[in-house]
Design a protein around this ligand. Sequence first.
Ligand code: NDP
Ligand code: 2IT
Length: 449
Amino acid sequence: MDEVLATILRRDPEQREFHQAVGELLATIRPVLDRHPEYRRHAVVERLVEPERMIMFRVPWMDDQGAIHVNRGYRVEMNSAIGPYKGGLRFHPSVNLSIIKFLAFEQVFKNSLTTLAMGGAKGGADFDPKGRSDAEIMRFCQAFMAELFRHIGEDTDVPAGDIGVGAREIGYLFGMYKKLQNKFTGVLTGKGLAWGGSLIRPEATGYGVVYFTAAMLAHRGETLAGKRCLVSGSGNVAQFVAEKIVQMGGTVLSLSDSSGHIYDEEGIDASKLEFIKTLKNIHRGRIGEYSERYPHALYVAANPTLGWNPLWRYPADCALPAATQNELNLADAQHLAAAGVRLVCEGANMPSTPEAIAFFRDQGILFGPAKAANAGGVAVSGLEMAQDAMRISWSREEVEGRLRAIMHTIHRTCLEAAAAYGLEGDYLAGANIAGFVKVADAMLDQGLV
Ligand code: NDP
Ligand code: 2IT
């Protein structure tokens, strides 16, 4: 396995995020490879770290002033052993091949954990949607789909949202796909309810994270009731993490965006959350406006030169990072422990650095890893695909019930997979092992392809 890491470092020396994601998986599956020599014999890991296909393309578009811009689009189809490629699209200026590959790699194992038949992929563009008009967003989405459409399909590759891609973008992308293919199919998930979407898909990732958190607590005889929670981000995942915590009787103390964070000692309740949803999803404003509306709340501007995030210093019981990768480092982890936090559950993909994770594990802080904890979003995407295929739609209760059941199954699967290797209570190892074994076995069954 050291050889596998050496190979990917040599091949793509600049892909730091991808190396990090692979390194984290490999560190925990060694006992599986020792017990199952067939995986080594069939070079399963070597095959898993090389995408089945990578597509990179030019995205030319025109802004409202008539100026022409050229962005770079990506779709990395990582693995299709257990189902069609599946995973989100990210529009953010930081997007590059390393970030898309790390996300696609994580997606393979996450999708495996959902119990549904989905392979792993991720895509996106280095496009910055901030400050762009609706018309500009529409033209960008159309230009992006003008190339992507030839690579995707309801039985081939089914994209969805991620950072910077929500309901609005999925609508424009879907409209363009339908026009180009002259086909109305479930080629994207996260669609509107009137055109093939599923109830609960917008809520699914955040709700799922909180169901997973509650399951970790329940396993220790505790509940979320009365727990003080620090949440980062204020986008799709963070909003519904916060909503479900409040519904389950916890208190949400914070939210953030890339400009800074808010801290509300009295708790961000359901009506304050409605204000945030309107602010973020309709006015596309900044989180700082919360403390103008609720002057008792603190707003602290982001200060990247600090090297740590003051959001993780408030006294609390639980922390749920839900913004982006590597947003929580060793210093933050130490601050969380000092502030009394006993549980960290990841809403974002790879939000904790390897040093932060090692520290949590050393300290006995309960740690819910992203590929298990945030799998509810893609799980409900899988349910959306099933509903599209049957041309029916399930009720809110039906979908939320299935989501809750899937999250409980993932929680149990993690514990069982860890216990099978003598790693009782290690959710990180359990998620990696269970996610890996299912994909690896499917690859063995299907031969060298
Ligand atoms: P959104 O675009 O809705 O929200 C992203 C949030 O994170 C915003 O508050 C944004 O602030 C903040 N953020 C993004 N990039 C940075 C950055 N570089 N530094 C600081 N803050 C940042 O995305 P989602 O809520 O959908 O995604 C959040 C995380 O959850 C991502 O890691 C994503 O991969 C993951 N995820 C999403 C799923 C989904 O179904 N949507 C499913 C599973 C995981 P700002 O507006 O200022 O940029
Ligand atoms: O990271 C993720 O799991 C997502 N962005 C959701 C993917 C999906 O296909 O719903």
